[in-house]
Design a protein around this ligand. Structure first.
Ligand SMILES: [Zn+2]
Length: 59
């Protein structure tokens, strides 16, 4: 089995988010940017890119 490499750019700090700790990433998952610590929700995965939105934790 070949593992696809996904990339995700943090919308907050514009740095790459390390996705190696999320081996089974899917839409709806919540991940964290290791650079700025913001919480991100996966909105779409396609073409090797992960699209995320910043999660407002103030709920
Ligand atoms: Zn960030």
């Amino acid at each position: 089995m070949e593992q696809k490499t996904l990339v995700c750019v943090c919308p907050e700090c514009k740095n790459m988010v390390d996705l190696s700790r999320y081996p089974n990433l899917k839409v709806g998952d919540v991940i964290e940017c290791q650079t700025c610590g913001v919480t991100l929700e996966v909105k779409n995965i396609g073409g090797g890119q992960v699209e995320v939105d910043i999660v407002d934790e103030g709920k």
